[in-house]
Design a protein around this ligand. Structure first.
Ligand SMILES: CC(C)=CCC/C(C)=C/CC/C(C)=C/COP(=O)(O)OP(=O)(O)O
Ligand SMILES: [Zn+2]
Length: 449
């Protein structure tokens, strides 16, 4: 196989720095596309499509019956990304419906009366947080949910998706994400999770669902986000991970989920989200870039102006630098990254705050290939639209638009947003894939519980 003249063997001899620049050149050769009108986000059409979906979520809704909290999340989160609030009645219906999915012993099932499952628990909690407000947030029984998480924990450390269910990286992510968001994460929940995820990082550099399987974008997102949330990202081979993920962006401009598979709009978030997270670890200084919280709080967090790896005179010790992902008042997820063993640390220095991927090319794939003119998004041309792809294409688009912003509170410069600036979406906290404003409200609310 050739890639713009170089053989794969030649490419493999290049440093990560060379390869990142090579990728930029590859995409630079793509002719500038399309008039701005073709690159317009069809906001009104998307909102219409999503509202229709939400109305169908009533009691007679039987399609994907065991995934109804997911459908709620995909629709509600998409609306939030578009900056659109829900109709009052629809919002109340959603809160009521999700409450009926809550199991008396904790966790959420796919529908009322169904057994609790970690995936639908994650979807329900993310939906409730996105809906926001006292009624929605206080509807979550955190004590029971904590017991459910403990019940899902395997004695070895990782989590099962449901009682007697499969153990995998998804289960670890959904459990840790929910616990972190609700401010119930403790040492017992964290115990053994990092080692399990480490055992899932493959020789390719990406992360698989379980030990011995193939690296995949969905699991790589789950694995990386979990490692950050539990302060153990330093255990991963970050050089290998970056190397794997940057080469998942194809000449079609979208991302593939794994080697030798077709690109698909939903990986705009799974792979784009991985890059957005990696982007926030400053591989040169080891200090934390302003992350997903307000500037004021970030300045106060130990990972910034005075990190633990920084001496009082402002110099930093080389061996053990610390970055902090501040996720909640009581959960300041920090990670010590040993940069001396990270061969790519210096070579990435000159792409600081440049995205590690071609953001405009990805936006182009999302807007031209995944977007439908009459609303909704799809995997690729020829496929039908659905709420899952609508959610993750919009999430990926948001990640692209904000990927260069050092501070998510300042709007990106127009050059970072492909098409008209009115395409701009709300920024998300990529660790949870929740719109930043709603994430902050929940963090504040649960810090008082
Ligand atoms: C939070 C949470 C529950 C996250 C789930 C993450 C996720 C999307 C995992 C992907 C699972 C997987 C192996 C899909 C392959 O499907 P495929 O073979 O149809 O697709 P492919 O050809 O693109 O690999
Ligand atoms: Zn897909």
């Amino acid at each position: 196989m050739e890639s713009g003249g170089e053989t794969v063997t030649q490419l493999q001899q290049w440093s990560v720095e060379d390869r990142v620049f090579r990728m930029y050149n590859l995409f630079a050769n793509i002719p500038p596309i399309a008039q701005t009108t073709m690159l317009e986000l069809q906001r009104d059409e998307h909102i219409k499509y999503l509202n229709e979906g939400l109305k169908q979520l009533g009691p007679s809704f039987v399609v994907l019956d065991s995934s109804r909290p997911w459908i709620c999340y995909w629709i509600i989160h998409s609306m939030a990304l578009l900056g659109e609030s829900l109709d009052y009645q629809l919002e109340n219906n959603a809160i009521d419906f999700l409450n009926r999915c809550q199991d008396p012993n904790g966790g959420y099932g796919g529908g009322p009366g169904q057994m609790p499952h970690l995936a639908t628990t994650y979807a329900a909690v993310n939906s409730i947080v996105t809906l926001g407000g006292q009624i929605a947030l206080s509807s979550i029984n955190r004590d029971k949910l904590y017991n459910f998480l403990l019940r899902m924990k395997d004695p070895g450390g990782p989590f099962r998706m449901h009682d007697a269910g499969e153990i995998d990286v998804r289960a670890c992510y959904t459990a840790i994400s929910v616990a972190s968001l609700l401010n119930i994460l403790d040492d017992e929940l964290v115990r053994g999770v990092g080692n399990f995820i480490l055992s899932c990082q493959t020789y390719e550099g990406g992360i698989a669902g379980e030990p011995g399987s193939e690296a995949h974008g969905g699991y790589t997102f789950c694995g990386l986000a979990t490692m950050i949330l539990i302060n153990e990202v330093n255990l991963l081979d970050l050089a290998g991970l970056i190397d794997w993920v940057i080469f998942r962006q194809g000449v079609e401009c979208g991302f593939q989920g794994r080697v030798n598979k077709l690109v698909d709009g939903c990986y705009s978030f799974w792979q784009g989200g991985v890059l957005a997270l990696l982007q926030r670890i400053d591989l040169v200084t080891g200090e934390c870039l302003p992350l997903f919280d307000s500037g004021e709080e970030d300045r106060d967090s130990p990972g910034n102006s005075t990190s633990e790896g920084e001496d009082t005179d402002g110099t930093s010790s080389e061996a053990d630098k610390t970055c902090h992902f501040k996720n909640g008042d009581q959960q300041d997820a920090s990670c010590s990254v040993n940069y001396t063993s990270s061969s790519h640390a210096r070579s990435l220095g000159n792409v600081e705050m440049e995205p590690l991927f071609h953001s405009l090319a990805l936006q182009q794939y999302i807007l031209l290939c995944s977007q439908l003119e009459n609303g909704g998004f799809r995997d690729k041309p020829g496929k039908p639209r659905d709420f899952y792809h609508t959610c993750y294409c919009l999430s990926g688009l948001s990640v692209c638009q904000h990927s260069c912003s050092k501070d998510y509170d300042s709007p990106p410069v127009p050059q970072e947003v492909l098409g008209p600036y009115s395409n701009l979406l709300e920024p998300v906290n990529p660790l949870f894939n929740i719109v930043l404003k709603q994430y902050r409200e929940a963090r504040e609310f649960f810090s008082r519980c």
